[in-house]
Design a protein around this ligand. Sequence first.
Ligand code: ASP
Length: 337
Amino acid sequence: MLIYTGGTIGMIRNPETGALETFNFDHLRKHVPELNQFDYVIHSYQFDPPIDSSDMEPTLWAKLVKIINYNYQNFDGFVILHGTDTMAYTASALSFMLENIAKPVILTGSQLPIGVLRTDGKENLIASIELAAAQDSDGNPLVPEVCVFFGQHLLRGNRTTKSNAENFNAFSSYNCAELARTGININYNYGNIRKPDLSKPFSPHFEYENCVLALTLFPGIRKDLIEHVFKLENIRGIILRTYGSGNAPRRQWLIDAIKKATASGKVVVNVTQCQCGGVEMGLYETGLQLLSAGVVSGHDMTIEAAITKLMVLFGRGYSAEEVRQLMNISLAGEITE
Ligand code: ASP
């Protein structure tokens, strides 16, 4: 099943303003007649209106979950066409909302619209459909998880980050090796692909709570700003984007603000500003003090995974202590074990 949410892949240029605008899905089919060569039955669903992914909202993640859940038994796999800007957030959110998924959900898009001569959209779309339909000789899907396919790389969705606004290779997965690469053949890294636990049912979740924020530390960050942010009433989860292996300045006011926030039931998660590697709070005194103030390690999670995981866990009604425990372990391959 092909779900078109919007994004550059299906955009055309407005001749008057020169800006790219979303277009009808028929436009996409017209420009990719190759789709008719597949011997798969491809059913498509289009968001109306299609959206630029900067307008993506958690309600639309829930809508995607509903579409997949409704059609789960009838299709071998799902391809979601999505703008690149927030694709890593949607892929991360879906990986937590589609608990125990046992079928491929592949998000893809393009840097150039599909009607443009040098477009990367055609190859991304065609390869994604092939990956979503690929099965072993027993009829089991080869990649039964939420993935991003872009520029020849199949990546675990909740490990991806948009790292390039210019190249066809727009996504990186710094802490997790790719699941497959397309060339003349498709080469699967079978050892990296998650195996679904078929004893557990597929459990879709539609709830989320957007009561979270991410705060990037920088030298000179103000005490009053920190104190204000950690006291915000409607915020239940705070991601502290720390230095290196999870370090923060040794300031008593920072520790006090974190302790008070934790005591009042907020969950504070440590995610490094580095793209590669993760948090090890026991390594330096500056990290250890965060641990003793009640901060939870985000390990090597991306910021996209940490934000969406918090939203989904709070949405599912877990207590602060339960959320702390679940943030600390891998639920959908988002943390290296
Ligand atoms: N702004 C567009 C979007 O994210 C960019 C893209 O599709 O790549 O929807």
